[in-house]
Design a protein around this ligand. Sequence first.
Ligand code: NAP
Length: 236
Amino acid sequence: MDNVQQRVAVVTGANRGIGLAIARQLALRGVHVVLTARDEQRGNDASKELIAQGLPVSFFVLDVTSDDSASRLAEHLRATWDRLDVLVNNAGVALDPWLSALNVAISTVVATFETNVFGALRVSQALIPLMKEHGYGRVVNLSSNLGSLEKMGGLTVAYRSSKAALNAITRVLAAELKHDDILVNAMCPGWVKTALGGDDAPRLPEEAADTAIWLATLPAGGPTGGFFQDRKPLPW
Ligand code: NAP
């Protein structure tokens, strides 16, 4: 691990919900957070709020479904910081809550995978090379216990299978990067009060961010290729 003082993090889908809470908490720890969002106005508003609190935050547009957008972010990081230490693949959609696998439109499944699976892989492909150059990185993938094969139930097949695929990607990347001090883990934040989780969810985004912050700041030799909730392993 190198001895850099100022670590740099990217959080995807950070204009609201759990991503915003993760961005805030990383910045509170002195990490420079590049808060990203697909919508310029919403992302700017969110980052301005954190900057007004004196936090080390900047904003960059990122739509995780776009190759060009991911490339532009990589170029921006290279030009501005020439490094990346932390990537939180948080952007996600849930487009088929409680729909039957027998009825859900295939286009809905494809759209879900575009963001939750290909989006996370696309951004990882664009940004992890910067981590490799410095031999340090922490990648946190926002998965869900709904993607656990061991606990798999019916309904919500697009979202469930997208998170199972994200878990697979987590393990593949972790295995490929294990000699680079780049630790790649998946986590479930619990059931969280956000636009995605709904108003009945018992947990607030600030609490849900805890495991992400832990995984984003793991020491060398920490776990990699794991699946966690509340800092404890979850069944795959
Ligand atoms: P949320 O409030 O709906 O936020 C989702 C974020 O993802 C928003 O910022 C959204 O941007 C962004 N996003 C969606 N598509 C995008 C794209 N193509 N490019 C860039 N950003 C995109 O949801 P949340 O509850 O905070 O969820 C965050 C993560 O936690 C997700 O991966 C979710 O699956 C996971 N999770 C949540 C819960 C829960 O109970 N809430 C439980 C388990 C796992 P816009 O504002 O532009 O739409």
